[in-house]
Every structure is written in structure tokens, then in C-alpha cells.
Design a protein around this ligand. Structure first.
Ligand SMILES: [Zn+2]
Ligand SMILES: [Zn+2]
Length: 124
């Protein structure tokens, strides 16, 4: 792994922010002023391929990157805010319904976040 790949992996593993490539670029630039955006994209692709990070695709917003540590996500259907949540592990249930082993599953639960709920109440 390159130095940049290591740095990016560290950022993603330490952050709870689900950073976009753009945000990672700005973060990395603080300590590595010569880094270019293409480097970030290339390294993110490599890290995804190697299964060291996961890519989160949310409709209507840029891809975000996340740790591969087992957790689920709550997504606000209005503003796209993403938060981590740990639901019961469904692997066993899914495997017994399927009748065979699975590699992993990716659970996204959509709701309206407290901030958006508040905004709505203020308007009505
Ligand atoms: Zn929201
Ligand atoms: Zn997450």
C-alpha cells in the first residue's frame, strides 16, 4: 500500500463522518499539500477493491466512504444524513432463509431525521 492509501484508510477508520472523496482530499491536503484529487480517487478504488473500506452510495449525493467494521445505517430520506446504528445481526436469519452462506449484507434504513422533522413542524 502507498503512503496515501494508508493515510486515507486511517482517516476513514477514525472518522464517523462518512466522508466523501472531496472531504478526504481537503483533509489530506492539510498535511500533504502536494496531493492531487486523482490520487484520492485512485486510492479509494484500490482500498474498496481490497475490501479495506466500503463505498456508500446514497441517491442524490456523492459516494461516501466508511469503515468495514460491521454496522448498519440510518439514512434521512430528506437530507441524506447518514448515521451509524447497530441492529441485530441478521446474517443467521438471512442464511437460513436462503439455505446457504452469504458474504455480507448492507442494510440501509430510511427515515426522516430529527432535524428535518423539526423543520417540518416549524413550517406547519
Ligand atoms: Zn434529514
Ligand atoms: Zn457507517
Amino acid at each position: 500500500m502507498t503512503k496515501y492509501a494508508n493515510l486515507i484508510l486511517e482517516f476513514i477508520n477514525q472518522s464517523k463522518e462518512h466522508m466523501t472523496a472531496e472531504q478526504l482530499f481537503l483533509e489530506l491536503k492539510k498535511t500533504e499539500p502536494r496531493v492531487v484529487q486523482a490520487t484520492i480517487y485512485n486510492n479509494l478504488n484500490v482500498l474498496c477493491q481490497e475490501g479495506l473500506i466500503r463505498r456508500m452510495s446514497i441517491e442524490g449525493s456523492p459516494d461516501r466512504y466508511d469503515t468495514i467494521q460491521k454496522h448498519d445505517h440510518l439514512v434521512c430520506n430528506k437530507c441524506g444524513a447518514l448515521s451509524d446504528i447497530n441492529f441485530e445481526d441478521l446474517t443467521g436469519k438471512l442464511e437460513s432463509q436462503l439455505g446457504e452462506g452469504i458474504l455480507f449484507y448492507d442494510l440501509k434504513v430510511y427515515y426522516v431525521c430529527p432535524k428535518c422533522r423539526e423543520n417540518k413542524e416549524e413550517k406547519t
